[in-house]
Design a protein around this ligand. Structure first.
Ligand SMILES: Cc1cc2nc3c(=O)[nH]c(=O)nc-3n(C[C@H](O)[C@H](O)[C@H](O)COP(=O)(O)O)c2cc1C
Length: 212
């Protein structure tokens, strides 16, 4: 029964006096804690939401590659469903859920393509198999069957032989430039802490507390 999963949250709290004024600083300390936790597999997994032209949202997991004041970076195929949706409307949302720490971080902002040089660097650091897959897979397009996908991969292997694999022009990174970042810390009796950091026009963060 799903309802039997209900449990009390009690391990930590999030209070204004102890939280940094800079949202990125708080994110960095929570991210490091998630990386240290042996109970969290791939703490860099975030669920990314985009919206299509009719207003229909879509959500999927992507991996965070890096983050700093320029944004939260992930890589993907620019021609994928998410890539097309971002090119029409670059407003996105992302959420990290770190259950073992009773924490959630929600990010809202605009996704901006990295420069070709930045994407080249990330691509060059990937394992060769993943580089070949980026050539083989036209992400989010319909396949006839699995054999077709395997064939496309073999074609990429043969095409590059022993040569370095170049970055496909449709593969690259986005930085989500955050406008709002909300930190959620679970507490007993569902009286959880929620601190919302909103970016002001002068680039600082304004903080407010939300009801759980
Ligand atoms: C844990 C996890 C991590 C993933 N990381 C990525 C990623 O970094 N980039 C990516 O394009 N897809 C990633 N995927 C696959 C996406 O969830 C999704 O299937 C794919 O990007 C196609 O999405 P779209 O059709 O909405 O564009 C990941 C899936 C999982 C489960």
């Amino acid at each position: 029964m799903v309802d039997a999963l209900r449990r009390e949250y009690s391990s930590a709290e999030l209070i204004e006096q102890e939280a940094p004024a800079d949202a990125l600083e708080l994110f960095a300390s929570w991210y490091e804690a998630a990386c240290r936790s042996s109970e969290i597999i791939e703490p860099n997994t975030m669920v990314l939401a985009t919206v299509d032209g009719s207003g229909q949202p879509a959500a999927r997991a992507v991996l965070l590659k890096s983050f700093d004041h320029n944004g939260f970076v992930f890589v993907t195929n620019y021609q994928s469903r998410k890539g097309k949706e971002i090119s029409d409307n670059n407003r996105v949302a992302a959420a990290f859920v770190w259950n073992a720490l009773e924490r959630q971080v929600r990010i809202e902002g605009r996704a901006v393509q990295l420069t070709a040089e930045q994407s080249d660097q990330i691509f060059a650091a990937r394992p060769r198999g993943a580089q070949l897959a980026a050539h083989a897979s036209r992400q989010s397009t319909e396949l006839q069957n699995r054999a077709q996908l395997d064939q496309l991969y073999l074609e990429a292997v043969e095409k590059f032989g022993k040569e370095d694999v170049s970055r496909p022009s449709a593969w690259g990174g986005y930085a989500i430039r955050p406008e709002r970042i909300e930190f959620w810390q679970g507490r007993a009796n569902r009286m959880s802490d929620r601190l919302l950091y909103s970016r002001t026009v002068d680039g600082n963060w304004q903080r407010s507390r939300l009801a759980p």
